[in-house]
Design a protein around this ligand. Structure first.
Ligand SMILES: C[S@@+](CC[C@H](N)C(=O)[O-])C[C@H]1O[C@@H](n2cnc3c(N)ncnc32)[C@H](O)[C@@H]1O
Length: 200
């Protein structure tokens, strides 16, 4: 049962997963997950160009590496990580405290509908956290309302399956010649924002 308050009914399945089994597995393997995206992480942070006074929103922050690195850069501002998973946020809070980052804050919420204060953030970042919205238009509108004038969104999302050699190799090996189930195009999940036209 999800413990997240104010989850939109359209995101109930994601909340059940991330605030359930997925949310238990990820914190136990957080360092491994962080290492897996290490090369991309640096590009995300460079693109975000966070300044010392910025107010940063991290969407789908998980165990919080991006939030912590944003908080280090926004040393006179703050970074707020938002996620569906109580367990992942517990790990995020522990790590931020251990690393001496009082300006890293964490909120358990559905970013699609959470009543963020209006126009307070300078930049919103997301490392693989924005592909799971059931209603991306509502979610990005909600996030846009939290960004101040000139605010920007920098997100890391997956390319289509054809551009992910390791994904295809693994799924083909597991399928062992059987037809692969194909999720509906643009369904919430890793490839939801893979098409460039979905992000513009
Ligand atoms: C693939 S994980 C990425 C976690 C983290 N950003 C990282 O890079 O390690 C996706 C995260 O998005 C979160 N998420 C999915 N839908 C969300 C929503 N509607 N609101 C807030 N967080 C969400 C999940 O709980 C999960 O932690």
């Amino acid at each position: 049962m999800s413990s997240t308050r104010q989850v939109d009914s359209s995101n109930a399945e994601q909340a059940r997963a991330w605030d359930g089994e997925e949310g238990t597995y990820w914190p136990e393997h957080a360092d491994r997950f962080d290492r897996a995206v290490h090369a991309h992480h640096a590009h995300l942070l460079a693109a975000a160009a966070i300044s010392a006074t910025d107010q940063v929103l991290d969407i789908g922050c998980g165990t919080g590496q991006t939030t912590r690195d944003a908080a280090r850069r926004a040393s006179r501002g703050r970074a707020v990580g938002v996620d569906l998973s109580a367990a992942m946020l517990r790990r995020a809070r522990r790590r931020a405290a251990a690393e001496g980052l009082p300006n890293a804050e964490f909120v358990q919420a559905d970013a699609q509908v959470h009543p963020f204060p209006a126009a307070v953030f300078d930049v919103a970042v997301s490392r693989s956290g924005t592909m799971f919205f059931a209603d991306p238009v509502a979610a990005f509108r909600n996030i846009a309302g939290a960004l101040g004038p000139g605010g920007r969104l920098v997100q890391m999302v997956w390319q289509p399956p054809a551009g992910n050699e390791w994904f295809l190799s693994l799924t083909r090996a597991l399928a062992a010649g059987r037809p692969l189930p194909t999720p509906p195009p643009d369904a919430p999940g890793p490839f939801a924002l893979a098409r460039a036209s979905r992000r513009s």
